[in-house]
Design a protein around this ligand. Structure first.
Ligand SMILES: Nc1nc2c(ncn2[C@@H]2O[C@H](COP(=O)(O)OP(=O)(O)OP(=O)(O)O)[C@@H](O)[C@H]2O)c(=O)[nH]1
Ligand SMILES: [Mg+2]
Length: 221
């Protein structure tokens, strides 16, 4: 089984460290595809780097997907927040399940986030669960492993950062949440912080949730 690990990055100085850590830790055969939106294309050993032509993290995933060869597709952040050992636990659940999500909000999950960040995560998770009527505890996660076949059945139209919830909701796959330790980024800067971009992102998330719900009610997915 080949696993394609997609990592979207935009100015991430610690990416080489993460790639080395993945290559040491992931037990299954794998390829790493970095989809880059930095001003200067980084040189990275042990991974394939493609330059993103579209905008946004969700579109970065879609662009990278067409370059993958794996039977399983994984998505993780490039700032070190998502740990490769947690990806191993998630991958071990694929087969029994179609999608494994890394969750900081289920028993055994943890995050080093500030109280402010934890509150924002919680509010959006509750909002998502309420609007989409899902029992996923951490639906805003960006850490995922999924069978490739899932992507043959759905058409993604990403908005902003949150592509995982779109995949889960449109595919009606068998989903399991796996507890993870979400590490704080220790280098680079946040692209989803509490600035004007953050405000745009919040309105994009709400639009996405409503679009997903209306699409379901209209029988589109
Ligand atoms: N290719 C690409 N990568 C992006 C884009 N926006 C963000 N990223 C990457 O997506 C991942 C998640 O973004 P972060 O800035 O860490 O967002 P976050 O995790 O919500 O915020 P922090 O907790 O502060 O790190 C990181 O690897 C970013 O570099 C984009 O437009 N294109
Ligand atoms: Mg981050």
């Amino acid at each position: 089984m080949l696993v394609s690990i997609i990592i979207p990055i935009k100015e991430e100085p610690a990416i080489q460290q993460l790639v080395d850590e993945i290559n040491k830790t992931i037990k299954l055969d794998h390829e790493i595809i970095i989809v880059d939106k930095s001003k200067e294309k980084p040189k990275i050993n042990g991974a394939k780097v493609i330059s993103q032509r579209s905008d946004g993290l969700g579109n970065a995933f879609v662009e990278a997907l067409s370059q993958t060869k794996g039977d399983v597709i994984a998505l993780m952040d490039g700032d070190g927040s998502h740990r490769p050992e947690d990806l191993n636990s998630m991958l071990s659940r694929i087969g029994e399940y179609d999608i494994a999500l890394g969750s900081k909000l289920i028993e055994g999950g943890q995050s080093n986030d500030t109280l402010e960040r934890k509150a924002v995560t919680l509010v959006f998770s509750l909002l998502t669960r309420l609007i989409l009527w899902t029992n996923i505890k951490d639906p805003m996660t960006g850490f995922m492993a999924a069978k490739r076949s899932i992507f043959n059945e759905i058409k993604l139209m990403p908005r902003g950062f949150k592509v995982v919830i779109e995949i889960v909701y449109k595919s009606k796959a068998r989903v399991v949440e796996v507890p993870i330790l979400f590490r704080e980024r220790n280098m680079g800067y946040s692209k989803a912080g509490f600035n004007i971009r953050g405000v745009h992102e919040i309105s994009r998330i709400i639009t996405l949730l409503l679009e997903l719900k209306i699409g379901r009610l209209a029988g589109k997915w």
